[in-house]
Design a protein around this ligand. Structure first.
Ligand code: N01
Length: 501
């Protein structure tokens, strides 16, 4: 690896962008296209953001690959070829790297550099940004492209750190392959990351113990190699395909044809028919089986019962099946998409432990104490999620007007304008910030919409501001006194005016 560049003290940037995931990369490309000078800082040693850090076994996108990609370049979307219906993490990371190479983005990205602080200077109307490598740079605009799910959540379990075996977090997985062959592994958490990784870990581990606090909804992915006929069909009309998706609630899945009718007016046979169809099709379209599942709790209960029935049919041990049946509103939290999750609990070496109501009691030198029992383990996988949406923003000491700290401005929860801007923090933009659709959508679509909006806003600012012009109030207030004074000057024979005949 080449040596890291010397710390920078450039005070002439138009934009400082924090993060080189899909948001930061496109923001940089957009800025360049507008003739702006931009600097990107990225903590990792490569591009990709979420897809750079989340390398746990089985990680893949829950949005179909023909939909989960940039649309700003038609050449790019025509040239790139996905191999599976749902792209696995290594392929998405390859795509991110391809984009970085194709648009020569790395030249303006400082890797392995974490932004520590950003301060708005009122006198210059610029942001001063400091990093952990000694960079001190300024820019007119600060764009936080730090991602919604990039700051890992590690609960403060008693005894955390005492464990003598190997510890991993799904959101900060090692770059080298991890081999669990013959090991006793514990997984804490049953969210999306756990649901994807558990079947793969179970293939290697000699014993797998899953510690569950809350059961989650998951539908089968039915992942498969991407059908070349379907790929060609989409590519033949990619713009229209994207446009149809942009009309959808989650900016995805327009191709899935569902009857536009309520579950409450359908018969039990019709419920079964539609749910079966969605279950066999696989993917997130399940919750669109009827148009009232997300707006009427009675309809939601019908879908919930169907999922419970499916789980009971898949999981042989009735007690385990009951524990795996979620009780929350279906779709309240983004549903998971899995490949063999429930079947995994039929394997003789896989055990589900209900940790309610006491939670994880302790991490011990030899494993995990939970449900009043000590579990001896060789490795613990913390699939405990993220400090979502605000975590990465608040890790940076951001100070706006009059030194106002973002952490203080948000002490009662994040308040933004459209998830893009925060009062008291001029020229600060947050991509997919709290208050925007963000994690409940196809993230790449939301990212592109935000970057295009920010580009448009900066364009407008430039068209309405002469660069370098001293900011003073120029028009005079009050028409009548102004006319009176003009008339006086005229009556005096234009005294004081410099006139040449
Ligand atoms: O994290 P999560 P994730 N003691 O927060 C448990 C998206 N994503 O990394 O539910 C014990 O969902 C917690 O339990 P509970 C995905 O859409 C997408 O899995 O709080 N357990 C839960 O079971 C999601 O929105 C993809 O009771 C504790 C788990 O840890 C987001 O990322 C892939 C605990 C955390 O689940 C995050 O998913 C992966 C504690 N103290 C992720 N604290 C795809 O594209 C937490 N837990 C497919």
């Amino acid at each position: 690896m080449s040596a890291l560049p010397q710390p920078e003290t450039d005070i002439g940037f138009d934009l400082i962008i924090v993060g080189a995931g899909f948001a930061g990369m496109y923001m940089l490309h957009k800025a360049r296209g507008m003739g702006l000078r931009a600097r990107v800082f990225e903590a990792g040693d490569g591009v990709g953001g979420t897809w750079y850090w989340n390398r746990y076994p089985g990680a893949r996108c829950d949005v179909e690959s023909m939909e989960y990609s940039y649309q700003f370049s038609d050449d790019l979307q025509q040239d790139w070829r996905w191999t599976e219906r749902f792209a696995p993490q290594p392929e998405i990371l390859r795509y991110a790297n391809h984009v970085a190479d194709r648009f020569d983005l790395r030249a303006d990205i400082r890797f392995e550099t974490r932004v520590l602080s950003a301060q708005f200077e009122e006198s210059s109307a610029r942001w001063t940004v400091r990093t952990d490598r000694g960079d001190v740079v300024t820019g007119q605009y600060l764009v936080m492209a730090t991602g919604c799910l990039s700051s890992t959540n590690m609960p403060a379990f008693p005894g955390l750190g005492s464990f003598k075996g190997q510890s991993y977090h799904t959101g900060a997985w090692p770059h080298e392959p991890v081999d669990f062959t013959g090991k006793r592994v514990g997984v804490i958490g049953t969210g999306s990351s756990a649901i994807q990784s558990i079947p793969i870990i179970a293939e290697q581990a000699s014993e797998l113990v899953v510690f569950q606090r809350t059961a989650n909804y998951s539908v089968p992915a039915r992942n498969a190699p991407l059908d070349p006929g379907y790929e060609a069909e989409v590519k033949a009309e990619y713009t229209a395909f994207r446009e149809r998706n942009s009309q959808m609630m989650g900016a995805l899945g327009a191709r899935i044809q569902v009857p536009d009718r309520p579950a409450l007016s359908a018969t039990p046979e019709q419920h079964r028919q539609e749910f079966d169809k969605a279950w066999e099709r696989g993917g997130l379209g399940f919750q669109r089986s009827f148009n009232d599942l997300m707006i009427d709790s009675r309809a939601n209960e019908i879908a919930k019962s169907y999922v419970h029935e499916r789980i009971r049919a898949m999981v042989k041990d009735p007690a385990t099946a009951e524990l795996l049946c979620p009780t929350a509103v279906l779709g309240c939290k983004r549903m998971c998409v899995d490949s063999g999750y429930f079947d995994t609990f039929n394997l003789p070496h896989v055990k589900l432990v209900d940790i309610r109501p006491k939670g994880i009691e302790a991490i011990t030198p030899t494993g995990v104490r939970a449900a009043g029992q000590d579990f001896a383990l060789d490795a613990i996988v913390y699939a405990t999620g993220f400090d979502a949406m605000t975590g990465s923003l608040l890790k940076v000491d951001i100070r706006g007007r009059d030194g106002l700290r973002l952490a203080d401005a948000w002490s009662a929860g994040p308040r933004t304008y459209l998830g893009l801007n925060v009062a008291g923090f001029p020229n600060l933009f947050t991509i997919s910030g709290p208050g925007s659709p963000s994690v409940l959508t196809n993230m790449i679509v939301s990212i592109e919409q935000h970057v295009n909006w920010i580009g448009g806003c900066i364009d407008w600012m430039r068209a309405n501001n002469v660069p370098g012009k001293t900011r003073v109030f120029m028009p005079l207030l009050g028409f009548p006194p102004y006319v009176e004074r003009c008339n006086q000057v005229a009556a005096s024979g234009y005294e004081g005016f410099e006139l040449r005949a």
